[in-house]
Ligand binder design. Structure first.
Ligand code: NAP
Length: 283
């Protein structure tokens, strides 16, 4: 069996077209969804990420502002900026790009963002809403994974999903979203004793570790759906995921490639969250 690829670029294009249509409709009511992206310091990867986010907003007709600050910015000054953005009616979503310089308490800054504008879904109120099934913003990467499963018409009810990685931004919210769709969920991490024994039972596997070849073909049940969140570099310096793609592709029924899989979906779901923040205000 050769797995079908779930194309994150194609699905993103489709979802971004829907965002553009809904944005145009909102504009007719006098509201332009607005995202503020705040970057502190000169981390080169962060600079690329924020540029891509701002460009994606512009391409879909959303208003976006990029605020760049020197690495020496104080925590107090950053909190003051967040407070001003919370009060700015032209801004519906606020994203503070992580990581922040070491002298700034990132959690404190995230908690300062109004939950109504927390389009990254990292605020403790957003995490609590996801946990309890209340309305709130879902973190973009696992939300994108859910959209990918939806795009292939996959019914999670009664399925066994194994998530590898338990970070607050990917693994844990991913597990909650799968649970909400009635999957039976196993959450694995670095202290999991026999990862292969877990993954071999899985109908759906989400790999979110940040290490190459964490998932190989011998660890996958034939016909399983495999979503690869990882972003790593191979020996040639090329982007690759956590999954041994060439091997697992021969066993799985569906698989997401890296690049061109989960990555583009993350930015797309940021646009969706920002649009929804503006729509909630308009409702
Ligand atoms: P993270 O915070 O470093 O978490 C990694 C998780 O993997 C931890 O829970 C860790 O367990 C677990 N782990 C480490 N080694 C393991 C092993 N051998 N077996 C099983 N679990 C193991 O990373 P993250 O922020 O969740 O990101 C994970 C990956 O996704 C990274 O490559 C990141 O770049 C990528 N990512 C991609 C996107 C995207 O848009 N495509 C977005 C976000 C992240 P412990 O908790 O026990 O330490």
């Amino acid at each position: 069996m050769t797995a079908q690829r779930i194309d994150g670029n194609a699905l993103s294009q489709q979802l971004r077209a829907e965002v553009a249509t809904r944005t145009a409709a909102l504009k007719l009511k006098g509201i332009t969804p607005g995202l503020a992206v705040v970057l502190v310091g000169d981390n080169s990867a962060s600079q690329v990420y924020v540029r891509n986010k701002v460009k994606a907003c512009q391409d879909s007709g959303l208003h976006s502002v990029l605020e760049k600050y020197d690495a020496s910015m104080t925590e107090a000054d950053l909190l003051t900026r967040v407070d001003a953005l919370n009060k700015d009616p032209s801004i519906h979503g606020i994203l503070v790009q992580l990581p922040l310089p070491a002298h700034i308490d990132a959690q404190k800054v995230i908690e300062a963002i109004s939950p109504a504008k927390d389009v990254d879904g990292f605020h403790i109120a957003s995490a609590g809403a996801l946990m309890t099934g209340m309305p709130g913003f879902w973190p973009c990467t696992p939300y994108g994974c859910m959209k990918m499963l939806e795009s292939i018409g996959y019914d999670l009810k009664g399925k066994h999903a194994v998530v590898i990685g338990r970070s607050n931004i990917v693994g844990k919210p991913m597990a909650m979203m799968l649970l909400q769709k009635n999957a039976t969920v196993t959450l694995c991490h670095s202290a999991t004793k026999d990862l292969k024994a877990m993954t071999l039972q899985a109908d759906v596997i989400v790999a979110a570790v940040g290490k190459r070849n964490v998932l190989t073909a011998d660890m996958v049940k034939p016909g399983a759906v495999v979503l690869d969140v990882g972003m790593n570099r191979n020996d040639e310096g090329k982007l690759c995921g956590d999954v041994d793609f060439a091997g697992v592709e021969q066993v799985a029924s569906y698989i997401t490639p890296v690049p061109g899989g989960v990555g583009p979906m993350t930015i797309t779901m940021l646009l969706v969250n920002t649009l929804e923040a503006a729509e909630r205000l308009a409702a």
